[in-house]
Design a binder for this molecule. Structure first.
Ligand SMILES: Nc1ncnc2c1ncn2[C@@H]1O[C@H](COP(=O)(O)OP(=O)(O)OP(=O)(O)O)[C@@H](O)[C@H]1O
Ligand SMILES: [Mg+2]
Length: 674
């Protein structure tokens, strides 16, 4: 990659900047090749200015935090300068769907319009690529539990004969959540690496190699940070040669990074290991040990550990567990039994490579269990972390989560100078980037915000209904639906109902289905989970008058332009659940420093979430629509004002009639135009 990097200018002259600016003015102006390639394109000042700032950061190898409202067109604003001048570029985005959208739609559009001779690669996590070895093994002796899986396996097998990438996203016939995927993909633990007979054809290796060679690589935040922590996703090999790193949907980074800079070990990791030890022991060293008994002791200890918590799903910080709880001795027992199993594996390791592999896995799990057993507040990697447990129906996870990722992430950015761009619609709260920069350790970096190109005052209306009960009351969701129905009718469908919990999604779906039937309303109802996200959105766009009920995954990154979406209803202010042990520990840490945890952490986080949800509504200069926020706290609480002042400057009302008038005038406007 050195050829490309050497070509990059280090530090920019005023002359260079002026040339780039002029070029960008042209590219984002009327009658440009880019404009001609995008339907309904019109010059947007914010977009052009943001592209210039990014170009400037690129030539000076600076860091830039770039915020511009939802729907502004940030994607082109960073793609154009980075494809032209970025050298080797890594673009990381929030989800695999957005990765596909960039790789399949946005980058090809820009590359073609610019005539830029750059090669592009897509890199996802290992679990996205079908593994030849595991597929073969499953075809031969797979224990498939359902008839669906048998059919899916046949599809996958057929797919492998034609695919060039092995990416499961290309095979939409098999649902993303189908269990069979686990059987035909590898994990870091089960990959045979260079020992594998299919190594030459391996899709994971192929994707990583292509990423190495490409000028532009599209990854996602999970992959990026998983690699920083585990060095197993192929990103670490890319980093040294990258000149420009762009994080889109950058508001998600603190949470994603926290996930990976911490550590999680689950009793199911232990049980999986036991299964493999038994299988490998019996096939390669049957006479070496009483494998069934070696394994069953560990399995029992893992199950007993799970049973030290009640059957319900719980999340507890270590200091919330009574010192007398059976959990602590059960954890010790599990460690002892693991040590016993490791000793047996040690003795048999030379009989087979796969047994040695099990031994290494065993040691890793044991080390992590050991690390978890430190008292709260202990120092790991030089900083505070919280230890907490999460019990699921049949497994227990032990987490160790850093309270702040700032020092770790800051360290990541040290070393070779390169450009770092952090972009999103929601990084600042009322133009103050502190909440974000403090979390990310980007204290002294340049941050800039560009105004939205939309006229919210005339294009949008914020409606907060009256008379709703407290959000924690039992009949709250029913009250939301009662308030929403007349609004959905006035809008003629074309609505998102964004809920903060799955329970609310289900209850709303039940109620709306009944009510639509009873009132003979013709709106197609779509509910998250009924089909994949992309498919639901395609159906939603095509229907034009549908109502879609979704939770978190529909709050962000969704782009529905035009009349198909003219009403966004939000049930509650999206505060994180107060019983979250990491959140509780963070708040405690802030309060120890004399800050108010609610004002400094929970509120800004909820505002960012809310702005993302609201941002689905207006995506174009000609879009019109109503944002309905049902939560009475928006008006009643002292902090409510801070929240609605952070939203785009919608016209505001509490009257249903004003909403009806707004939609009636939309119809008129459309009528006039025709
Ligand atoms: N100058 C332009 N004129 C018209 N449409 C544009 C222009 N630039 C981008 N678009 C289109 O506007 C829509 C929004 O663009 P994009 O998805 O990049 O927004 P965004 O700023 O990333 O918003 P979000 O923060 O919600 O992701 C897309 O459909 C895109 O193709
Ligand atoms: Mg975007």
């Amino acid at each position: 990659m050195t050829a490309e990097s050497a070509a990059l200018p280090v530090g920019a002259t005023a002359q260079q900047v002026a040339t780039h600016d002029a070029e960008l003015d042209q590219l984002f102006g009327v009658d440009s090749p880019l404009g001609n390639a995008v339907g309904g394109f019109r010059p947007r000042k914010s977009q052009t200015e943001m592209a210039k700032a990014i170009a400037n950061a690129i030539v000076n190898q600076n860091t830039l935090i770039a915020e511009a409202g939802t729907g502004t067109g940030k994607t082109f604003a960073y793609l154009v300068p980075s494809l032209l001048w970025g050298g080797k570029v890594i673009i990381s985005t929030g989800t695999k769907n957005l990765q596909d959208q960039l790789f399949l739609r946005d980058i090809p559009t820009v590359r073609k319009a610019l005539g830029a001779p750059v090669s592009v690669a897509l890199l996802k996590g290992r679990a996205n690529y079908v593994c030849h070895f595991h597929l073969e093994r499953t075809l031969q002796n797979g224990r498939l539990t359902s008839r669906d899986d048998v059919g899916y396996l046949r599809e996958i097998s057929r797919f492998m004969k034609t695919t060039g990438s092995g990416d499961k996203a290309e095979l939409s016939k098999v649902p993303e959540t189908a269990l069979v995927w686990n059987l035909v993909t590898s994990t870091r633990d089960t990959c045979m690496g260079a020992e594998c007979q299919y190594y030459q054809d391996c899709f994971v290796m192929k994707a990583r190699k292509e990423a190495q060679q490409a000028d532009v690589v599209v990854v996602n935040h999970h992959l990026f940070f998983a690699d920083v922590a585990l060095k197993d996703t192929g990103v670490a090999e890319l980093l040294p040669s990258a000149n420009t790193i762009i994080f889109d949907e950058a508001h998600q980074l603190p949470e994603t990074a926290t996930l990976f800079f911490g550590d999680t070990i689950s009793t199911s990791n232990v049980l999986e290991l036991c299964r493999d030890v038994l299988a490998e022991g019996l096939s390669h060293a049957r006479d070496g040990a009483d494998w069934a008994s070696v394994v069953s002791k560990v399995e029992r200890a893992a199950r007993d550990l799970r049973l030290t918590f009640p059957q319900d799903i719980v999340r507890l910080a270590v200091n919330q567990i009574a010192p007398s709880s059976p959990f602590f001795p059960a954890l010790e027992t599990l460690k002892d039994e693991m040590d016993g199993m490791i000793a047996v594996l040690q003795k048999q390791a030379e009989r087979a490579e796969t047994i040695e592999q099990c031994r290494v896995r065993g040691i890793e799990i044991a080390t992590r269990l050991e690390a978890w057993n430190k008292p709260k507040g202990d120092v790991i990697i030089g900083q505070e972390s919280v230890l907490w447990v999460e019990a699921f129906s049949s497994s227990l996870q032990l987490h160790q989560t850093p309270l702040s990722i700032a020092p770790i992430f800051n360290k990541q950015r040290e070393g070779v100078p390169r450009t770092w761009i952090f972009t999103s619609a929601t990084l600042a709260v009322k133009n103050d980037f502190n909440h974000y920069t403090a979390q990310m350790g980007l204290w002294d970096e340049a941050a800039q915000s560009w105004p939205s190109p939309f006229d919210y005052d005339s294009q949008g209306l914020l409606y907060v209904p009256t008379g709703l009960p407290q959000p924690n009351s039992l009949d709250y969701t029913d009250a939301v639906i009662d308030a929403a129905l007349p609004v959905i009718e006035a809008a003629g469908g074309g609505a998102f109902l964004l809920c903060t919990t799955i329970r609310a999604v289900n209850r709303s779906a039940e109620r709306l289905r009944e009510e639509f039937e009873r009132r003979k309303l013709p709106f197609p109802l779509m509910v998250q989970g009924e089909a994949g996200r992309t498919e639901l959105l395609d159906r939603f766009r095509a229907a034009g008058n549908a109502v879609l009920i979704g939770s978190q995954s529909f709050w962000e990154g969704v782009d529905v332009r035009g009349d198909a979406l003219s009403l966004v209803i939000i049930d509650k202010l999206p505060f994180s659940p107060p019983d979250d042990p990491v959140l509780a520990a963070r708040i405690e840490a802030l309060e120890r420093k004399g800050m108010n945890g609610f004002m400094h952490h929970q509120l800004p986080a909820a505002i960012i979430n809310l702005k993302q949800g609201a941002g689905r509504l207006i995506r174009d200069e000609t879009d019109r629509g109503v944002l309905m926020i049902c939560d009475p706290r928006l008006i009643a609480k002292p902090y409510g004002k801070r929240i609605w002042q952070s939203l785009p400057p919608f016209k505001r009302t509490r009257e249903l009639d004003a909403v009806r008038t707004f939609f009636a005038s939309t119809v008129d406007a459309v009528g006039d135009a025709e």
